[in-house]
Design a protein around this ligand. Sequence first.
Ligand code: 5GP
Length: 203
Amino acid sequence: MSKQVSRHGILFVISAPSGAGKTTLVEALRQTSSLFYSVSCTTRAPRSGEIDGEDYQFLSDKDFRARVEAGDFLEHAQVHGDYYGTLRMPVLTNLNSGVDVLIDIDTQGATAIRNCDDPFIRKALSDIFIMPPDLEELRRRLLQRGTETAQQIELRLATAAREMELWRGYRYTIISGSVEEDLQKFRHIMEAESYLSRRLIQK
Ligand code: 5GP
C-alpha cells in the first residue's frame, strides 16, 4: 500500500447521564489540540461561571427555533425541559479537512446522528457511552456539584436511570472511574479509531 494515505476526521460522540463525570472528562479532552470541540446551542440559562460561546451558545427559544427552521442543526433535542442542538457547519467543515471533532450530546442526539441521512457523518461516527458506577454515586456527585435544586436532581436521576439502559447502542462503553482513568480509556479509543482501515483514503 502506498504511504500516500489520509483520512477524514472522526466524529467522537460522547454521552453520559448527568453527573457521570463527563464534564470534567470533556474539559480535559478539550485540551487536546488535535480535537475540535463543537460548542452546542441551548435555551438553558447559563450556570454560574459558564461563558457564552465557550460552554454553550446560549439562545432564546425564538432564536433556537429560527436556527432549527434554517436547518442549522445536525441534530437537536429537548433535554430536561430545555433545547440543545449541534451546529452542522463547524462539524462538517472540520471533518472534511481531516480534523477530529468531539461532541457531547444526550442519548437522543446520539441516536439521531447514528440514523442520520448523510453517509459521510455515519462513517465518521464513533460513539462512546460513559456509564456512571451506579445511581447512588450519581446522586452523591450531583449533590456535591450543587448546581441543581432537589427537584432538578430527581429529574436528572430519572433521566439517568433511563439513559443507563441505552449503553448497548454505542460502539464503546467506559465504566466511569477516576477522571484520569476515563481519560486514558478515551484516548485509547481515539487512537484505535484513527487506525481503522475503513477510514483511510488512498490518494
Ligand atoms: P447540561 O445542561 O448539564 O449542560 O446538559 C444536559 C444534557 O444535554 C447533557 O446530557 C448533554 O450531553 C446534553 N447536550 C448538550 N449539548 C447537546 C446537543 O447539542 N444536543 C443534544 N442532543 N444534547 C446535548
